[in-house]
Design a binder for this molecule. Structure first.
Ligand code: ADP
Length: 236
């Protein structure tokens, strides 16, 4: 489709003899909030890294924002916000300095939004990154990914280390972002309730294969099961 922000075609990725992604194909349309649901080890991170050009599949084709991830143009990189599972923050910097450092890589930076989120999410800009809890570091990573107002936001298990209150805050922020400006969100999770709150499209990944890809509402109309039960049923 012309408006697909991510287009994955027949992608296979092996690590040694282990096939982690097995002939996957799916698309993510512009403006959608797309949830990638899969158990631990199902290949979510590998798929996300492939979409961002951090891992190179052996077979298939991926187009992200109309560009080849393996040789992204700088202008494409500027349109992407990414929060990896393991944060890539510098422990010796203060939050404020980490923000300034990150902002220096981008031609545009929304300081108001970043400062607002730091305050709303209860962070102290003077705190040193190395002294933060895992959840607080995750909050900083998320905030940094939003500063340059990307067209595509990619989160790998964004809420895994957040407490229930922070999870709600994060999801609320995402909803605000989507309503404020056009943006596509692609995020992985193994928590079905997070998907239900904000996603419109979902893909279920199991043993390197997509078991379902489509609208969340379509999935939920299957039988009388809730999403968690459907997920467990499909990935047994
Ligand atoms: P998920 O994000 O769903 O937990 P991953 O994509 O991280 O799954 O991992 C899927 C499988 O691929 C796991 O069995 C993992 O051990 C393996 N894997 C991931 N990256 C590598 C790598 N660089 N080398 C070897 N095996 C890897």
């Amino acid at each position: 489709m012309k408006n697909d922000i991510i287009d994955v075609k027949n992608v296979t990725k092996c690590f040694g003899s282990k096939k982690v992604l097995d002939d996957l194909s799916f698309q993510v349309g512009q403006g959608s909030v797309f949830g990638l649901l899969g158990k631990n080890g199902s290949g979510k991170t590998t798929l996300i890294k492939s979409i961002l050009g951090l891992v190179r599949p052996q077979h298939g084709n991926i187009t992200t924002l109309g560009d080849d991830p393996w040789c992204f143009q700088e202008s494409t990189k500027e349109k992407i916000g990414y929060v990896p599972q393991m944060d890539s923050l510098y422990p010796w910097l203060r939050i404020k300095e980490m923000v300034e450092y990150t902002a220096s890589f981008y031609s545009r930076w929304n300081s108001n939004l970043v400062n607002e989120l730091i305050e709303d999410w209860g962070l102290n800009p003077q705190d040193r990154i190395g002294t933060l809890s895992v959840g607080e570091s995750q909050k900083v990573s998320i905030i940094l990914s939003l500063g340059h107002e990307p067209e595509l936001l990619v989160f790998d298990e964004p809420v895994a280390s957040l407490d229930p209150f922070a999870r709600r805050q994060f999801l609320k922020t995402l909803i605000e972002i989507i309503t404020r400006r056009p943006c596509t969100i692609f995020f992985s999770t193994h928590i079905t309730s997070d998907l239900e709150r904000i996603t419109d499209h979902v893909a279920l990944l199991h043993q390197g294969k997509i078991m379902f890809c489509g609208e969340l509402d379509e999935l939920k109309t299957r039988g009388n099961l809730n999403l968690e039960e459907i997920f467990l049923e499909m990935t047994r």
